[in-house]
Design a protein around this ligand. Structure first.
Ligand SMILES: N[C@@H](CCC(=O)N[C@@H](CS)C(=O)NCC(=O)O)C(=O)O
Length: 238
């Protein structure tokens, strides 16, 4: 049994897509990030970065104590190794998968996240910030489009790299990107969207937060006002 600390955001969906694809037995522990659950002492013990997702595996492969993992990329690698699935066994396929997984966690995710922030979440419109992040997101979609040319999936076969990247292309409109400008991304995106496991990940996520959710001013204070002091204060409670 795997416990997944989850909220229906792109990083959260990466993990439930894997769990659904692999048919693993899992239980969701909701972490409502707009209400400050990411600062709860119990969560902090397994997720020192105060960010979801995180998992606890109560039946790790070594038969020992439960294993907790934070950081979505590390979780996907952990689950791929645990199940022997969605990561090619050969050296070249494995490295290709890891390259694109790291590309997502170091590039597409953080850049698209800042694009959401400046483009959609805040009232103040800062033209330089918007064009900086929208353009960089556009470049990254272009890179992904080239990688997907002549391939069904990012690393050739279906892997954790696809599970990591797809959720960040779901909100392409919020990033001011048009999928029609990236035909290979569009084809791949539509194929991903139609996978039963991907559909299950999103429909189960809606139980926790509706897709029409709009951030309130209170939510914004929790999400956008964080400093080192927020982490110190949370750690004191741990
Ligand atoms: N690098 C982390 C990023 C995780 C992350 O940013 N999670 C967001 C939601 S997508 C979160 O927990 N936000 C809470 C907050 O900003 O306080 C990962 O890939 O797991």
């Amino acid at each position: 049994m795997i416990e997944v600390y989850f909220w229906p955001t792109p990083n959260g969906h990466k993990i439930t897509i894997f769990l659904e694809e692999a048919g693993l037995d899992y239980r969701v522990v909701p972490v409502n990030i707009a209400k400050g659950d990411q600062f709860k002492p119990d969560f902090l013990k397994i997720a020192p970065n105060n960010r979801m997702p995180a998992i606890i595996d109560y039946a790790p492969a070594d038969g020992g104590e439960p294993v907790s993992v934070f950081e979505s990329g590390a979780i996907l690698v952990y689950l791929a190794e645990k199940t022997g699935r969605f990561m090619p066994a050969d050296l070249r396929g494995r490295m290709k998968t890891l390259e694109w997984l790291f590309w997502q966690v170091g590039g597409l995710g953080p850049i698209a996240g800042q694009t959401h922030h400046f483009n959609a979440y805040i009232e103040e419109k800062i033209p330089y910030a918007i064009s900086r992040f929208v353009n960089e997101t556009n470049r990254l979609y272009g890179v992904l489009d080239r990688q997907l040319a002549g391939k069904d999936f990012i690393a050739g076969e279906y892997t954790i790299a696809d599970m990591a990247c797809y959720p960040w292309t779901v909100s392409h409109q919020r990033q001011s990107q048009k999928l029609e400008d990236f035909p290979n991304v569009q084809r791949w995106h539509n194929a991903m969207k139609a996978r039963p496991a991907v559909m299950a990940s999103y429909s189960k996520g809606e139980v926790y937060r509706s897709p029409d959710y709009k951030m309130s001013e209170e939510d914004k204070k929790i999400l956008f006002g964080q400093t080192a002091e927020s982490v110190r204060a949370a750690a004191k409670g741990a």
